[in-house]
Design a protein around this ligand. Sequence first.
Ligand code: SAH
Ligand code: SF4
Length: 360
Amino acid sequence: MPDNYPSPVRFKNLPLEQAAHLIVTAGEPAFRAKQVIKWVYQKRVDNFEGMKNISGVTREKLARLFAIDKLEVAVVHPSPRGDAVKFGFGLRDGSYIIESVLLLDGDRRTACLSSQLGCALGCTFCETGKLGLVRNLTQEEIIGQLIGIDDYCAAAGERPVTNIVFMGMGEALSNFEAFRASLAIIMHEECFNIGGRRITVSTAGVIPSIERLMREDLNIGLAISLNAYSNERRSAVMPINKKYPIEALTAIAARYFRSTGRRVTFEYIVIPGETDTDEAAQSLRRLLGSLTCKINLIPLNPTDGAAVPPSHAEMVRFAEALHRLGLLATVRTSRGRDIGGACGQLTAHEYTRAHAATAL
Ligand code: SAH
Ligand code: SF4
């Protein structure tokens, strides 16, 4: 093992090529790396003894080189409605728990993953933002959420995760390296084999990272959190708007469509009487009418008890107003709201171990 790797190396923090290289450097044939990668990511074992097609001596050697233990599953909370499961995973280095959500919809099994512990961008309506950025999650912690969710699916007799959305805690595009490295594993056919068409990253609009994403040519879906219909209003609730205003977002969305062929989704939180007015609809038409894009209406999930969420009928009424103006708008049913697992409900105090213990 080279000196610059502390031993044992955390296997799931390595890019696949690097993991393979270390296994070969340790004197193993190249096919051994493939075997180990499949055991870790497809069969999701957490110890080398489970690797039945590898000899005992080699297993012992590998166990000295690599750590492959899993994230601790601290909370599993299925929704009484049966359409969502909220998970809390314990981090190894501290008292925090990160959250992920499994959404069940027909044959689709969507994992909503977190990319950061907290978030630096400080959107006023978002509980994660109130925590500030504690730290980025590592590749292992991002992939670990998916492993934990697939383990749950297997135990529940469910099919494994089919789709991924980066819409949990944090701004994935502000943690680009770990996000990109995780995607490589999520998409690899010998790992999770989930294609770009079934992956979406949501961003508050970190333009340089969107440009980088385009250069990487991954063909994943892009969702931009617009959430307001004027720069003045957006800057008041999303501070990042002062750096990357709405015109910059629409311009990059047009480029994203041209370069990937994928229409960008603009997420838009509906706050009754505030963001669903005639003025709002007209402004959205001016901003988005000439773009090939989609608007996804999200009901406000109240984070402070003061605001009231829209009814489904109010959501539909606004979607129809947008349709009449020639805009393509869909209404997101807020799965997981009954278990505190819907957008913007991921709070700081909820993710401390002390709290999780009492919540169990
Ligand atoms: N940081 C990324 C992804 C995480 S937030 C982003 O901002 O896009 C995922 C989605 O939840 C975003 O569209 C965000 O606008 C939305 N969201 C945050 N707080 C919310 C709330 N209180 N009610 C409804 N949606 C919320
Ligand atoms: Fe961060 Fe997204 Fe929440 Fe804004 S909405 S604070 S970018 S997680």
